[in-house]
Design a binder for this molecule. Sequence first.
Ligand SMILES: [Zn+2]
Length: 282
Amino acid sequence: MSPPQDRPAVTQETLARDLSQLGLSPGDVVFLHSSLKSLGWVEGGPDAVIDAFLEVVGGEGLIVVPTFTWCFAHGGPARFAFDPRETPSRVGKITDTLWRRPNAYRSAHPTHSIAAIGHRAQELVAGHDKTSTFGKDGPYGRYVEWGAKILFLGVDLCCNTALHAIEDWLDLPYLQVEEAIVKGPGDTPQIVDVTKSPSGDRDFYRRDSKVERLLRQAGIIRRGKVGAADTLWMPSQEMVEVVVKGIYQEPALLLCDREGCEFCDRYRQPTIDHIRESRPQV
Ligand SMILES: [Zn+2]
């Protein structure tokens, strides 16, 4: 297959060059949200994209992707039992290709698993199971501690799951317990509770959200082109700092202000009370 005549070819080499120009370096830890089709026609497909990232961060670097499956027992799109060795990722071709590589490690979380390749990959995903989706002692806490860059390749900040980690660390009252389906002993489907699950609405699921404006004002978002994709990234530690300060100022920052949003209406006042009374620390 050859590239369309009217567009320049996107290759592993051009992608690696673009990523370096955007500010990625050897040794980086990168949490990658992605859309393959946003890049234009890529010679070598998703594998070329993954190889470009691995090339730029090098042997001391680490690439992490969400491989969410949303295997909820009720109301989810995927009513089948989760198995980290076979359940496809539902968040894009790049993520679904990455976890299948022999040197990738995938976590066992039934709805929000992640996968990683590179330095300390196994350590990153360790212990990520139903008991804590975004817990500080799990992958989200580790990658922030390791100074990860959160990168949005052709997607916008609506998919910034690290914001759910901040909700978890501040113990905000609107994370829920949900039932998920996993493969139990003898491959029998088994229903398990997932604690602190990010159900319900959020303001940042829409463009130009309150938190997006806050992050823009803080000046921590770097932008550029990778292939044809509008791409941005920000340092996770600075993001956590800015958002936590923002939540102290406005506790319902991550909830929406739309009229008639039952979820956000229900949890607005309990969230304000929780932040004002408990002053939780991350
Ligand atoms: Zn809402």
